[in-house]
Design a protein around this ligand. Sequence first.
Ligand SMILES: Cc1cc2nc3c(=O)[nH]c(=O)nc-3n(C[C@H](O)[C@H](O)[C@H](O)COP(=O)(O)O)c2cc1C
Length: 411
Amino acid sequence: MLKDSLTFPNGATVANRFVMPAMLTNSGLDGFATQDTIDYYRERANAGGMIITEYMYVSENGGPAMTWREGREQLAAYDDKFIPQLKKVAQAMKRNGNKAIMQIAHTGREANYRAMRGEKVYAPSAVDYPFLPYRVHELSDADIRQIVADFGAAAKRAIDAGFDGVEIHGANHYLIQQFFSAYANQRTDDWGGSLEKRMNFPAVVVKTVMAVVKKYAPKDFIVGYRISPEEIHGENVGYTWHEATQLINKLTSETKLDYLHLSMMNYNSKPGDALLMDREQAAAKFNDSTKPFATLFKPYLNGAKEIIVGNITNGEQAVAASKLADLVAVGRENLIDPHFAEKVLRNDENQIVTILSAAQAKKVQLTPGLIDTFSAATPGMPITRSADLQSLHQGFGAWNEMKYPHNAEMK
Ligand SMILES: Cc1cc2nc3c(=O)[nH]c(=O)nc-3n(C[C@H](O)[C@H](O)[C@H](O)COP(=O)(O)O)c2cc1C
């Protein structure tokens, strides 16, 4: 039942089965959380028993990425100087006793705002991506070891800032996924090649974070991992769900992860419903099971709890999702109505707001950066929750107007 509490392997208990997943707020300034960031999270403190921050980049060369509006950036966690603001974010999120989780990431090739600033962008291999206008550079072995250490240092900062846990972002085409992907990772050293070697980077990041947590955090500090269940780019297969379940089996058997968060377009997505890219082609070729990913990943969790997400916009869908997995994450609906979970839990569904008018956006402390972003997608208000992720990732009008400087490494 959605109302039921849940206890993670480490002993931490969340009050109900709702989760707010990581969502970029477009509210940072030079990597620092701003008052807009804090107000946004304070308003969402009851969005679930657990609330996850947007992705924070752990290395100076790991972002910013996917900033949809110039001057409104991704948040950073690569230096202790960010801790005071992060503390305020954690406090705002935890004010009603729900768990606050910080998502940690290195954006790798997706650091498009870096490219826009004329800085070098790094990835496992210097692949010429048809969908990127800028060049990417191969990381050296020493760079990779530094990034692994940076994940550990960022986890320490999350502990120091008072978060209840971290989510390691292994999904959505960012660096950890790039290492696991045979398409993005063409290395011939220990970090690439066979499936086993492509698992090395995710595995060592998880182990490093776990070691930091064991040393510095309270016993019930939560550590989760997010993965996209498959990666298909038309003809180029990054990995199939068969490989992804092997990775998860390794991660959850080598370390005691508290949860696995499947990043999906729909809570009941099935093989072939590849995230974001070439869905039709993928569906034709890779639909080798009619079971949802939520079910297919279960045998490989080794005690970790499972979170699913994707297009949950009413109580009925939330209940259906809760039958497939332990926890149910609700993203875009929480941008529009951060009291969605509370309303479902107290059977007050007719009070749920589904259209984001300008007045509602203000009332629910949507950040100016997100208001701009969604307004650019749907000129003028009101914004509906149908604004889709594909258009967000491709960038809206506002993004396309942004210019690369003359020193940017364009192809
Ligand atoms: C504005 C926005 C920003 C997002 N930023 C992140 C992010 O920082 N990290 C992440 O793992 N996923 C991110 N996502 C994906 C969401 O966590 C979620 O998986 C997705 O929105 C699907 O859930 P929904 O249909 O309930 O919105 C973002 C989604 C949106 C709409």
